[in-house]
Design a protein around this ligand. Structure first.
Ligand SMILES: Cc1ncc(COP(=O)(O)O)c(C=O)c1O
Length: 319
């Protein structure tokens, strides 16, 4: 959003302080409507940032979105609604709404002809890995040998992977992309083997709501296609197991309250290390006692009711 506002003023964001971004000078140019579709997290970020900058936001959510996630977005001042559509059709609706209302589409996915804003969003995600590597540089013995990244449309994993390729080249850690079984569009694209992205359609029912996306981001797809080491499609119980493990760590490990989409990495790593049936994957990835595994939990208990059902009532047990 800052970059968009800077462009509107014919300047670079590096010349604009946060105060300036909120200033009358920017407001005088007229109020903007930032529009997006979301499973919950991205839209909450858009709503938060719009409020900080004194601008308006309109957020659309797919059918089945949790009311607590909707309320989180409304509490940031956005006009937010749950549609009757799946995620990808909700994105199309948001794009149409932005077009009809002279709004700015702030979507975290790219397609032909819509690339500038999603590229900025991906550059923003790269801050996560930049800060991680900066911290690990203080003690290089903890540099990751393996990274597991959860994917919806692929913007988040594509940006982290792109950064790793850029910084480490051939020495980059092995990177595995994780998706829910019901929304494994990147897995299906890789499996097709012709270099072209594939879509998954329908309602994609999964507890990993943040990852329930059926159309890969065109920019990310090329990064993932060319540089990922493996893609794994996971059933819901994998994420539930990850949530329980992160909340109940061994010894002095730090407890992490992670939501469904954030915990699938923990779940799959634990199973790869323990489950004989997955031995082949473990070997292909050369996972062993020497490995340093990096996981990034991308959400907290953004749906507290579901979090309790999984943690307290043991919903989605391991099979
Ligand atoms: C919690 C969480 N983790 C990961 C992702 C994956 O991001 P992407 O859709 O960019 O692949 C999302 C997407 O919204 C998310 O909400």
């Amino acid at each position: 959003m800052g970059k968009y506002l800077a462009k509107r003023l014919n300047t670079d964001i590096s010349h604009l302080s946060f105060e300036k971004l909120k200033s009358d000078e920017i407001m005088k140019k007229g109020e903007l409507i930032f529009v997006t579709a979301t499973d919950g997290n991205h839209g909450r970020g858009v709503a938060w940032a719009a409020r900080q900058l004194g601008q308006k936001s309109v957020v659309f959510m797919p059918k089945g979105s949790s009311v607590s996630r909707l309320n989180n977005i409304r509490n940031e001042g956005a006009e937010a609604t749950i549609t009757d559509l799946n995620y990808d059709d909700t994105v199309k609706l948001a794009a149409k709404y932005a077009e009809d209302h002279n709004g700015v589409l702030m979507q975290d996915s790219a397609w032909d002809g819509y690339e500038e804003i999603p590229r900025w969003i991906m550059q923003g995600y790269a801050t996560i890995i930049d800060e991680i590597i900066e911290q690990l540089n203080e003690d290089k013995s903890h540099m990751p040998t393996h990274v597991f990244l959860q994917a919806g449309v692929g913007s988040f994993p594509g940006s982290i992977l792109g950064y790793l390729v850029d910084v480490f080249g051939d020495d980059k850690p092995k990177v595995t992309i994780l998706e829910p079984n019901e929304a494994a569009c990147i897995f299906e694209s890789v499996k097709a083997g012709d270099g072209q992205p594939r879509s998954v359609t329908g309602f994609m029912p999964t507890i990993m709501a943040g990852l329930a996306c059926g159309i890969p981001n065109t920019i990310s797809w090329e990064i993932i296609r060319d540089h990922a080491d493996m893609c794994i499609s996971c059933p819901d119980f994998v994420a539930a197991r990850g949530m329980r493990m992160l909340a109940n760590p061994l010894n002095d490990d730090v407890k992490v309250i992670s939501g469904e989409s954030g915990a699938v990495g923990m779940g799959i790593v634990s199973l790869l290390l323990e489950d004989e049936k997955l031995k082949d994957i473990k070997e292909k990835l050369s996972l062993n006692e020497e490995s340093n595994i990096l996981l990034i939990s991308t959400e907290g208990d953004t749906d507290p009711e579901s979090y309790r059902e999984i943690l307290w009532d043991g919903k989605y047990p391991s099979i």
